[in-house]
Design a protein around this ligand. Sequence first.
Ligand code: NDP
Length: 402
Amino acid sequence: MDNIVRDELKITRPTLRPMRKISILGSTGSVGVNTVDLITASPGKFEVAVLTANENAELLAKQARELNASLAVIANEAHLETLRSLLAGTGTEVAAGRQALIDAASIEVDWMMSAIVGAAGLAPTLAAIRTGAIIALANKESLVCGGDLVLSEARKYGATLLPVDSEHNAIFQVLDFDQLDKVARLVLTASGGPFLNHTLDEMRLVTRDQALAHPNWDMGAKISIDSATMMNKGLELIEAARLFPIPEDKIDILVHPQSIIHSMVEYKDGSVLAQMGAPDMRTPISYTLGWPERHEFKANRLDLAKVASLTFLNPDPVKFPALRLAREALIAGNSAPTTLNAANEVAVQAFLFGEIAFLDIAAVVEDTLSRTPIEGLRSVEDIFDCDLRGRKIARNVINAIT
Ligand code: NDP
């Protein structure tokens, strides 16, 4: 597969301007807040064009004031007046709604953080890509559901995609793009989530709060549940296969509960290169923020003596069927990953609302996939239609079991 990261790396290693213009889509989320932290800690280096949220007008307004943002956009229009009054008298303009979000993402900047959660991030991410900016891509769902279209648009408009997910960021740091034929495999590490040591019977009864309590990372609700089902690793498998020119059967998943090794590249000469670090999303975000240089911030230092031991095990396919479903969808290609992602978003939401049990999440995804024909996706409209259809079918599956 063609590879945007590699191609752009070779063709355009930009010289960074002393003052760079940036935007953060999803600034009020977990990745967004970490990004804002890094920007706040680097006064005089960044000019903030756009910050966006869905409904958290209070935090968005606070961030906009602190960073002196030019524009703050709230996707849910019901919160526009609150945002407007919170930012009255400042130099920050306000806007609301889906189209305003897409328009804001189209404003030309040097660097853009794409950190909206779910397929809702696809349209704004595509708009940002069409400006030809450097896109720090946290919103993996847009790559999973948008697939080849996201990559071909990035190529067409000269955008550079830099992976924010700690695993892909790790691979990006240790993959020798000039010797891809010497790569034996990529190894994506996975913490295993909060239920790594639960039995299947125990997993039937887990609560929302237990599923949200990730042992190593403090993240948004959706990715926390995805980590508990290991669908997150499944989405990351698809993301890795899209970002890096390595075939699916050479991308393995390895459970590593300490989340110190963020991923590895094994070469054919037996060398295994890993990127390590304390589990702190600011490290991969910082890497994308500074790229192609290294951006400095006061990271927690990794104290391996304190960590003492690093352990590894293969994922359990019975407890975590989401991994198999994601790999099957990746192999099937076409609309299958889009349907997988849509069904998963609906199922996770239903679990969070207490409609279905934890193990039902993967079951709903599997049932939805089995009821949905696989088709080619030729346009953005095809992708949105497929996403909508996947959501409707998943909803029917849920209605039938509740
Ligand atoms: P959060 O749920 O914490 O934040 C999501 C952000 O998107 C918030 O700013 C939220 O606004 C906004 N948002 C939610 N729904 C919409 C919508 N429909 N339209 C516009 N904006 C919306 O998510 P995370 O920060 O955890 O994750 C963001 C992305 O990054 C995900 O794709 C995730 O998989 C990925 N990622 C996250 C990591 C992490 O450590 N959290 C690690 C690696 C990847 P509001 O606050 O108003 O709801």
